[in-house]
Design a binder for this molecule. Structure first.
Ligand SMILES: Nc1nc2c(c(=O)[nH]1)N[C@H]1C(S)=C(S)[C@@H](COP(=O)(O)OP(=O)(O)OC[C@H]3O[C@@H](n4cnc5c(=O)[nH]c(N)nc54)[C@H](O)[C@@H]3O)O[C@H]1N2
Ligand SMILES: Nc1nc2c(c(=O)[nH]1)N[C@H]1C(S)=C(S)[C@@H](COP(=O)(O)OP(=O)(O)OC[C@H]3O[C@@H](n4cnc5c(=O)[nH]c(N)nc54)[C@H](O)[C@@H]3O)O[C@H]1N2
Ligand code: SF4
Ligand SMILES: [Mo]
Length: 893
C-alpha cells in the first residue's frame, strides 16, 4: 500500500510592492531557492489584485547578483564589529572635534518606517545633528510645504476611492499611466463606468496625455498661471463655494488679487501658458461645472523652482470651491516612493522634527521628553542641495547615505561625487555593491549591507495615508542586516543603549505610534493612537491601516479630512496663498536654447539597481535617450536614433535621440535612470541645474537650459554576452539585462577590423563564426562554447545601427540549429526584428502589434486576442491604443 503524503502547501506571504507610492498589495510565494512567484493581492484596497509591469516582474529582481553581502572598510571586507566600531568611533570623534552638526544623514523614501524612525531619533535626538535630509526633498517636499501653508499640516485630504468617484480628474505634471499605473487603471475604469473626464496638464504629450479627454500641453513652468487664471474665472463666474470660503478659510481676497495680476482672463491665461484659448476655456468650464473634481499632481509640480506655489495655486482652486475632503473631490499629491509618506510621518526631512512636529519650542520639548533625548535639535537642518554643498565646502565631515543613490539622482551630480571625496567618514548602507554611490569613496569609507525587499520587515505608507506591511519571505543573504538594527547598534556603541534596545520592528512601530499620540489630543493630524500598543502578533498580521486613527485600541482610520472645514492652523482656517507669477520661461540663452525636462520611463525604477535586473523590464527602453521635436532635430541634422551630446552649465551626457512630436519645440526630455554602472556617459543628473524652490528647498529637475548636438561615431552595434561586460574607454555603451545574459548597445570610432581583433581577444579559445564586409563597414561575430552561443556581436555603420531583437531571441535559446546560426551571421536576424518591446509581460514588440492591427485588430482587446499584448498587467495599453487607427482620428479631432 502506498501512503500518499501531501505536498506541504506553499506559504503565501502578503506584502507590499517596493516601488511606487500606490502601495499595491502583493502575494509572494517563495520557491525555496531564493526566488518567489509574485501576484497581486486581491484583498489589498490599493490594487485589488492588479499589478503593473514593474510589480509583475518583481520575481525577476530577487537574485543575489550584484548584492552587497558583507561590510567593507575602504574596499576591504570587514566584520560587522569592525565596521560598526569604525562608524561609531568616527562619528564620536567628528562630533567631539567639529560639533555634532558636522555629521549628516541622507536618507530615503524607500526605507521602511521603522528604519526611518530609528535614523531620525538617533540623529536628531542623540547625536544632535539637524542635518538629516532625504531623497524625498527631490520628490515631494514642495507638496509638503504647500500642504503646511494651506492646511497648517502636511495632510493629504483624500483617498483612492475619490478617483473612483470623481467626474473630473485633472492630472498636473504627472505621467500617471507610467508612474502610478494602477491608480491610472482606476481612473480609466472610472471613465468607463461613470464617464469621468480626464484632463492632463504637461508640456510633454506623455502616454497619460494620449489618454486624456483634454490635453493641455502648456509651456514648461507655467502652471501657476493656469491655476491663477482658473481662480479668477471661478470668482468671476460666481462658481465659488462662498459659504466655505467665508467660514473656513482666510486670505482669499489677496490670493485672488494676485491671481488677477498673473492671469486676469482666459486670453491672458492662454498667452501666459502658451495654450490655445479654446483649450483654456474648455478646461475652465469643465472645472467650474464639475463638483466632483480631483486634481492629482506629482513631479511636474513639485520638482520646480516654484513648486510650492504651483501646488498652492492648485489647492487655492479647491478651497475656493469647497472641494476638499469630499467624496470624489480634492487636491491629491501622488507620492512617488513606496514610503515617501512614512518618511514624512517620522519627520525624516531636515525641516521637520518628528511625528509631524516641527521646531516650535513646545514641540521640541515634547519630543525631547518622549525620547528622553540628551541632545535634541532645536531648529532646521540643511536640505539636500545645501547639505551636499556643505559637504563640498568641508563643513560636513561625516555623511551616512542610506537607501538612495545621490551620485545619480541629485542635480549637479558630478559636484556631488566630487564633494563625497572630501568626507572624513563616508558611510553607505546599500543593498547592492556597485551603485555609483557605493563605488564612491571618502577618506574613510564604510559599506554596510542592507536587507532588500523580500528580506526586510516593517511598514510603508502609501499616497492615501494607508500603512501596509512589508513582510519577509526570503532568508537574509550573506551578512545583510536590517537598517534599523544597524542604526540601533551604532546608537548603543555611542552610549545610548537604553533608547535603542528595540527587539524588532514591532517595538519600533509601537514607539512611533505612541509618539504620534503623545500629548496630541487632536492638535496634530498624524495620530496612530489606535495602534500604540499593538501586540507583536497583531503587528505581524496587521491588514492595511489608514491614519489618522486616534482612538485608543480602535483600528478605524479616516479616509478623508477637512470636509468639516477644520484645519490645523492656529485659528482652524485654511489659507489661500498669493502665488508668484511664473518666471521660468526666460532662462534659456542663445548658447543653451533648449529646456531640458527629466523624468521616468514605464519599466525602470530610478537608478535601475532593481528593475535593471529584469530582462522583461529592460526591453521597453534599452538605451538612454533624449526626446527632441522633429523641427529641432531637422535644424540640427539629428536623425532618429543618432547619438547626441546634451550639455548644460553643469555637465554633459551622450544620449540616443528619439525624434518625437510628444515634446514641444525648444524642449528636450531625458530619463534619469542610467548611471555609470549601466552606461558610459548617460548620467542625466549631472546635467540638471537644480535651482531650489525658495519655500521647500526642492530643486528644479524639470527645466535646465541645455544645448544639444549630434555626435558622430563611425560604427554602431550590439554585443550580447553571458556575463556583464564593459567596453574600451572612448566607446559609448549602454547595458541592458537580456534573457540568459547581458546586452550592450555601443558606438565606436573603430571599424570592422579593430572590432574583430577585440572579439578574437575577448573570446579566445572558443569557436568564432565571423562575417565581415569591410567596404560596407559591417562585421558580425558569434562565439560558441561547443553548441552553446556565448556571445553575439553585430557592427554596422552608425547610420544603420543593427537591431538586436532577433539576436536576443537566439541568445535566449542558448543552443542554435544550423539555420539559426546562419541567420545570425548573415544579418537576416537584424532585419527580422519584432521592433522595440511594447508589452513587457509577454515580450511583444512593436512590429508584432502593428502587424496584428494591419490584419484587422481594431481595439486593445482585439490586439490582445491576436498576440497577447496588453493582456497581463495592462501597463502598455496606452501605447497599444496609440497604435490603433482610432487614435489617429482622436489626434485629428
Ligand atoms: N516607472 C516608474 N514609476 C515610478 C518611478 C520610476 O522611477 N519609474 N518613480 C516613482 C517616484 S519616486 C516618483 S516621484 C513618481 C513620479 O511620477 P511623475 O511625476 O508622474 O513622473 P515624472 O516623469 O518625473 O514627471 C511627470 C511629468 O511632469 C512633466 N513636467 C515637466 N515640467 C512640467 C511643468 O512645468 N508643468 C507640468 N504640469 N508638468 C511638467 C514631465 O513632462 C513629466 O511627464 O513616480 C513613481 N513611479
Ligand atoms: N533628473 C532627475 N533626477 C531625479 C528625479 C527626476 O525626475 N529627474 N527624481 C527624483 C526623485 S522624485 C526621487 S524619489 C529620486 C530617487 O533617486 P534614488 O533614491 O537615488 O534612486 P534609487 O535607485 O531608488 O536608489 C535607492 C537605493 O537604495 C538601495 N536600497 C533598496 N532597498 C534598500 C534598503 O532597504 N536599505 C538600504 N540601505 N538601501 C536600499 C537600492 O539598491 C538603491 O541603490 O531621484 C530624484 N532625482
Ligand atoms: S502601481 Fe506598480 S509599481 Fe506601483 S505599487 Fe503598484 S505594482 Fe508596484
Ligand atoms: Mo520620487
Amino acid at each position: 500500500m502506498t501512503v500518499h503524503v501531501p505536498e506541504p502547501a506553499p506559504t503565501v506571504v502578503k506584502t507590499t510592492c517596493p516601488y511606487c507610492g500606490v502601495g499595491c498589495g502583493v502575494l509572494a510565494t517563495p520557491d525555496g531557492q531564493g526566488g518567489a512567484a509574485i501576484v497581486g493581492d486581491p484583498e489589498h484596497p490599493a490594487n485589488f489584485g492588479r499589478l503593473c509591469s514593474k510589480g509583475s516582474a518583481l520575481g525577476e529582481t530577487l537574485s543575489l547578483d550584484g548584492r552587497l553581502l558583507h561590510p567593507a572598510i575602504d574596499g576591504a571586507r570587514a566584520s560587522w564589529d569592525d565596521a560598526l566600531d569604525t562608524v561609531a568611533g568616527g562619528l564620536a570623534r567628528i562630533a567631539a572635534e567639529h560639533g555634532p552638526d558636522s555629521i549628516a544623514f541622507y536618507l530615503s523614501g524607500q526605507l521602511l518606517t521603522e528604519d526611518y524612525y530609528v535614523a531620525n531619533k538617533l540623529s536628531k535626538g542623540f547625536i544632535g545633528t539637524p542635518n538629516v535630509d532625504t531623497n524625498s526633498r527631490l520628490c515631494m517636499s514642495s507638496a509638503v510645504a504647500a500642504h503646511r501653508r494651506a492646511f497648517g499640516s502636511d495632510t493629504v485630504p483624500g483617498c483612492y476611492e475619490d478617483l473612483d468617484e470623481a467626474d473630473l480628474i485633472v492630472l498636473v505634471g504627472s505621467n500617471t499611466a507610467w508612474c502610478h499605473p494602477i491608480l491610472f487603471r482606476r481612473m480609466v475604469d472610472a471613465r468607463a463606468r461613470r464617464g469621468t473626464k480626464l484632463v492632463v496638464v504637461d508640456p510633454r504629450r506623455t502616454q497619460t496625455g494620449e489618454e486624456a479627454d483634454l490635453f493641455l500641453g502648456l509651456q514648461p513652468g507655467t502652471d501657476t498661471a493656469l491655476f491663477s487664471g482658473l481662480l479668477v474665472h471661478l470668482a468671476d463666474l460666481g462658481a465659488l463655494d462662498a459659504g466655505f470660503v467665508e467660514a473656513h478659510t482666510a486670505g482669499f481676497d489677496a490670493a485672488l488679487d494676485r491671481a488677477r495680476t498673473i492671469a486676469p482672463d482666459v486670453a491672458a491665461t492662454a498667452r501666459a501658458t502658451g495654450l490655445a484659448e479654446a483649450d483654456v476655456a474648455a478646461f475652465f468650464a469643465l472645472f467650474a461645472g464639475t463638483a466632483r473634481t480631483v486634481t492629482a499632481f506629482s513631479q511636474g509640480v513639485n520638482q520646480s523652482a516654484q513648486g510650492t506655489d504651483k501646488a498652492n495655486a492648485i489647492i487655492n482652486c479647491h478651497l475656493a470651491t469647497g472641494r476638499i475632503g469630499k467624496a470624489g473631490a480634492g487636491p491629491f499629491s501622488l507620492t512617488g516612493q513606496p514610503n515617501a509618506m512614512g518618511g514624512r510621518e517620522v519627520g525624516g526631512l531636515a525641516n521637520m522634527l518628528a511625528a509631524h512636529m516641527h521646531f516650535a519650542p513646545e514641540e521640541v520639548d515634547r519630543v525631547r521628553r518622549f525620547w528622553d533625548a540628551p541632545r535634541i535639535v532645536t531648529g532646521e537642518g540643511l536640505k539636500a542641495v545645501a547639505l551636499f554643498e556643505a559637504v563640498r565646502a568641508g563643513r560636513i565631515k561625516a555623511l551616512w547615505v542610506m537607501g538612495t543613490n545621490p551620485i545619480v539622482s541629485m542635480p549637479r551630480a558630478d559636484i556631488v561625487r566630487a564633494a563625497i571625496a572630501k568626507l572624513d567618514l563616508y558611510v553607505v548602507s546599500e543593498a547592492v555593491a556597485d551603485s555609483d554611490t557605493a563605488r564612491a569613496a571618502g577618506r574613510t569609507t564604510v559599506l554596510l549591507p542592507a536587507l532588500a525587499w523580500g528580506e526586510k520587515d516593517g511598514t510603508v505608507t502609501n499616497s492615501e495615508r494607508r500603512i501596509s506591511r512589508q513582510r519577509c519571505f526570503l532568508e537574509a543573504p550573506g551578512e545583510a542586516r536590517a537598517d534599523w538594527a544597524v542604526l540601533s547598534d551604532v546608537g548603543r556603541r555611542l552610549g545610548f543603549g537604553g533608547a535603542f534596545a528595540f527587539e524588532g520592528s514591532a517595538a519600533i512601530f509601537r514607539e512611533h505610534a505612541a509618539l504620534s499620540a503623545f500629548e496630541n489630543g487632536g492638535s496634530r493630524d498624524f495620530d496612530l493612537g489606535g495602534v500604540r500598543d499593538i501586540s507583536d502578533r497583531d503587528y505581524a498580521a496587521a491588514p492595511p491601516l489608514q491614519w489618522p486613527m486616534p482612538r485608543a485600541r480602535s483600528r478605524e482610520g479616516r479616509a478623508r479630512l477637512f470636509a468639516d472645514g477644520r484645519f490645523y492652523t492656529f485659528d482652524g482656517r485654511a489659507r489661500f496663498v498669493a502665488v508668484q507669477a511664473p518666471a521660468l520661461a526666460t532662462t534659456v540663452t542663445e548658447a543653451r536654447p533648449f529646456v531640458l525636462n527629466t523624468g521616468r520611463v514605464r519599466d525602470h525604477w530610478h537608478t535601475m539597481t532593481r528593475t535593471g535586473k529584469s530582462q522583461r523590464l529592460s526591453a521597453h527602453r534599452a538605451v538612454p535617450f533624449v526626446e527632441i521635436h522633429p523641427d529641432d532635430a531637422a535644424s540640427l541634422a539629428i536623425a532618429n536614433g543618432d547619438l547626441a551630446r546634451v550639455s548644460t552649465e553643469a555637465g554633459s551626457a551622450v544620449l540616443e535621440a528619439m525624434v518625437t512630436e510628444s515634446v514641444r519645440p525648444g524642449t528636450l526630455f531625458a530619463a534619469f535612470h542610467w548611471s555609470d554602472a549601466t552606461a558610459s556617459d548617460a548620467r542625466v543628473g549631472a546635467l540638471v541645474r537644480g535651482v531650489p524652490d525658495p519655500v521647500s528647498g526642492q530643486p528644479e529637475l524639470k527645466a535646465t537650459p541645455a544645448a544639444i548636438e549630434p555626435v558622430a561615431y563611425r560604427s554602431r552595434g550590439f554585443l550580447l554576452t553571458r556575463d556583464a561586460r564593459t567596453l574600451p574607454q572612448g566607446w559609448w555603451w549602454a547595458r541592458a539585462t537580456i534573457q540568459g545574459g547581458s546586452g550592450l548597445h555601443f558606438a565606436t570610432q573603430e571599424g570592422p577590423r579593430a572590432v574583430a581583433l577585440m572579439m578574437r581577444g575577448l573570446f579566445q579559445g572558443l569557436d568564432l563564426a565571423e562575417y565581415a564586409d569591410h567596404g560596407r563597414g559591417r562585421y558580425r561575430c558569434a562565439a560558441y562554447d561547443g553548441e552553446r552561443l556565448v556571445a553575439s556581436l553585430a557592427l554596422g555603420p552608425s547610420a544603420a545601427r543593427p537591431a538586436w531583437e532577433q539576436a536576443k531571441a537566439y541568445f535566449a535559446a542558448d543552443t542554435l540549429e544550423p539555420a539559426a546560426r546562419r541567420a545570425l551571421l548573415s544579418g537576416r536576424a537584424e532585419t527580422a526584428s519584432a521592433g522595440p518591446t511594447i508589452c513587457a509581460c509577454h515580450g511583444i514588440g512593436l512590429d508584432v502589434i502593428t502587424a496584428a492591427i494591419t490584419a484587422g485588430a481594431s481595439s486593445v482587446e482585439a490586439v490582445g486576442a491576436a498576440c497577447k499584448a496588453g493582456t497581463n498587467c495592462g501597463s502598455c495599453i496606452p501605447e497599444i491604443r496609440k497604435l490603433l487607427p482610432g487614435a489617429l482620428a482622436r489626434d485629428a479631432a
